[in-house]
Design a protein around this ligand. Structure first.
Ligand code: FES
Length: 165
């Protein structure tokens, strides 16, 4: 018998995990981004359809856990109809709150989802505009930074041990 204690997820996380919205690749996306490392299996891809600075549609693919799927699903719902600036302002804490909370060990699942979104917005602006809008910082947001740190750590562990931590 397993001695592991099951994680306590909110009813909303469980409900969304069982019935995720906006799951799947988007063929006509304006931009696609990825966060996480395929090496350990926690990877998220965000697809955005953008027109006139507004997010018309959003979808995701996740190779993460239940919390990551729920975070990505609710995040793609939250950004639809928002301007790029409004979507940029969404933090991983807001996503976790929308989900009715996450176990502390699962915070990174929400961070990966929001990191993927912010990468997509930054990439879209880099590719389509000449000037950076004043709301987009030159420095990485905390979510982008943390996603990057995780990817680098996993890569290092892989090189050292031939596997993820
Ligand atoms: Fe890594 Fe959830 S995405 S544990």
């Amino acid at each position: 018998m397993s001695t592991r204690t099951p994680l306590i997820y909110s009813p909303k996380v469980l409900e969304i995990f069982r019935n995720p919205k906006n799951l799947g690749a988007m063929q006509d996306a304006s931009v696609v981004s990825q966060a996480g490392s395929p090496a350990c299996g926690d990877v998220i891809r965000i697809y955005l359809k953008i027109e006139d600075g507004k997010i018309l549609d959003a979808s995701f693919e996740s190779y993460g856990c239940a919390a990551n799927i729920a975070a990505a699903s609710i995040l793609t719902e939250m950004v639809k109809g928002k301007t790029l600036k409004e979507a940029w302002m969404i933090s991983w804490e807001e996503v976790a709150e929308e989900l009715g909370g996450l176990p502390a060990i699962k915070y990174h699942c929400s961070i990966l989802a929001v990191g993927g979104l912010k990468r997509a917005i930054r990439k879209y602006i880099d590719e389509t505009r000449r000037e950076r809008p004043d709301w987009l910082p030159v420095d990485l947001s905390k979510e982008e930074r943390q996603a990057l740190e995780e990817e680098e750590l996993i890569e290092k562990m892989y090189k050292k041990h031939g596997r993820a931590p």
